[in-house]
Design a protein around this ligand. Structure first.
Ligand code: HEM
Length: 147
């Protein structure tokens, strides 16, 4: 068997957290439309359960991402590497902010009595969910470029 190194553990945890953050969003996006006929309570319960692992995974991405940077010799990196990193970090921020916004707007949509307003809020919430997912996927791609 090969030796296990701390480098491998660092990258493994980073990728594991990325699979939870990205894969969970994709899975929830597939499952939620199927759950809708069962009522909003069921949809909210599924979303809340996902949030219980999604935000810790996002935290692990931030911590292991910082660990990646501590381990990288930033002075030796090219300007192109640094600009790819900064684009990646903006995408990470956008993904977290859009996911948080999606949660807040979704909660407002569920709480309002006005069906027109609820429809508009749900549409906006869906756009935010799309932004959260696409920016996370792009962030993973730029991460692979950095590795
Ligand atoms: C949405 C959040 C994030 C996702 C989905 C993500 C995903 C990934 C993936 C898939 C890789 C490739 C790993 C490999 O092939 O070895 C990677 C690498 C990397 N990530 Fe992230 N990441 C995220 C957040 C962060 C953050 C917050 C930082 C910095 C604070 C960061 C810094 C890095 C660095 C420096 C690498 C290269 C690691 C190496 O040299 O092996 N990432 N990321």
């Amino acid at each position: 068997m090969l030796d296990v190194t701390t480098d491998q553990i660092r990258v493994f945890l980073h990728i594991l957290a990325a699979t939870v953050w990205i894969g969970g969003q994709i899975t929830l996006g597939i499952v939620v439309p199927l759950l809708r006929p069962a009522g909003t309570e069921v949809v909210h319960a599924a979303a809340r359960r996902y949030q219980m692992i999604a935000w810790p995974a996002y935290g692990v991405l931030l911590v292991t991402g910082a660990w990646n940077l501590i381990d990288a010799d930033l002075d030796a990196m090219s300007d192109m590497w640094i600009s790819t990193l900064s684009v990646k970090l903006w995408l990470v921020l956008i993904s977290g902010a859009a996911a948080f916004g999606h949660q807040l707007v979704g909660a407002h949509a569920g709480a309002t009595d006005d069906p027109d307003r609820a429809k508009k809020l749900r549409m906006f919430s869906g756009i935010l969910a799309g932004v959260a997912l696409l920016s996370a996927i792009a962030s993973a791609f730029f991460g692979v470029q950095l590795a």
